[in-house]
Write a protein that binds this ligand. Sequence first.
Ligand code: PMP
Length: 416
Amino acid sequence: MSEGIAQPDRPQEPDGGETDLFSKFDDIIAMREGLLSQGREDPFNLVMEQVLSPTRAICNGRETILLGTYNYMGMTFDPDVIEAGKQALADFGSGTTGSRVLNGTYQGHKECEDALREFYGMDHAMVFSTGYQANLGIISTIAGKGDYVVLDIDSHASIWDGCAMGKAEIVPFKHNDIEAMEKRMKRIPEGAGILVVLEGVYSMLGDTAPLKEMIRIAKEHGAMVLVDEAHSMGFIGENGRGVAEDQGVLDKVDFVIGTFSKSVGTVGGFCVSNHPKFEIMRLVCRPYVFTASLPPSVVATAATSIRKLMHGSNKRAHLWENSRTLHKGLRDLGFELGTEEPESAIIAVIMPDLEQGAAMWEALIENGLYVNLARPPATPANMTLLRCSLCAEHSGEEVEQILAIFEKAGKAVGII
Ligand code: PMP
């Protein structure tokens, strides 16, 4: 050991002199410890020891029905998807080790972008490493200092982070409120660059946006429109292109953002567009340039899945049926739900408070049902939600089983 150099064998304790940068997390640490001290299973630390199918896993040694994944179309175990991934892994190796603009564009990335262009019937498609990065990258790159981003107050974190990174003026409006949006648009100076950012389905309550009216207003004010269709791709709309397709306004959308981590069944994100200058994004969009591209196996599974989703109308119909049955069943049991009618594959059950929400979550998992426990700040209006997201692979019997577990747990906890 060289002389004069301290070699501590463990990290040094803080000497108490510095400001602890972790103190800002004290409230959330206390909330978590409070929940766990009541003997509850940790809702944010569930481990799936084995995954049996898109709808079943072994959690805590127990076979569990999965009702809290984004595997809407059940593509994760599709034999063609798995085979494509295996083949690409064997042929191209485990990773690209580089950015898309250097050594990270393989044949598979091009084929994946071809599949997306075909799926949406659009001229350009750009694949990112996640959906989060797609929003971050596109929003921050096209809406810069001096521009305006008009967005729904309940927008996903990746949209807010994209706005912050781009340094545009942020103009939020009340969730899904057409009049509030129009009022905000009227206050923006004439001639300013405006990007209106909307989501097809809002993932907390599972409600859809009135895209038709909002896009009309956006266009009247000379704005460009970006729609995040993360939770609708593959399922909503005649061809599964999303809520904009369903409402007949896809041709008026300038940028569609999506993800491979939901209906497509793997990981990755994308933007599709008809903008004639869109390809320049590949050189100027930092979250595209300064990160490694997706592994070959991932883009191969994504491309295969996207092509199969083009022919998924039977699965889409079954998923709608599941959504309607679960929504009606839960409402009939006396639960308060996030929407009057089922609008997507997400059914949000509103809990009286976090305590009872956590108790209900635990009662469900003990009875073999996994849902998402969602709490502020991710939720609107400080709500605690049990978010149920259905899969096209849930059978009718499974949906009945799910309702029976909700009834048992709801009565045990005293919520119904
Ligand atoms: N947009 C929305 C609306 C989302 O809900 C999510 C993820 N939950 C994303 C973007 C990010 O997608 P990814 O998981 O691919 O990062």
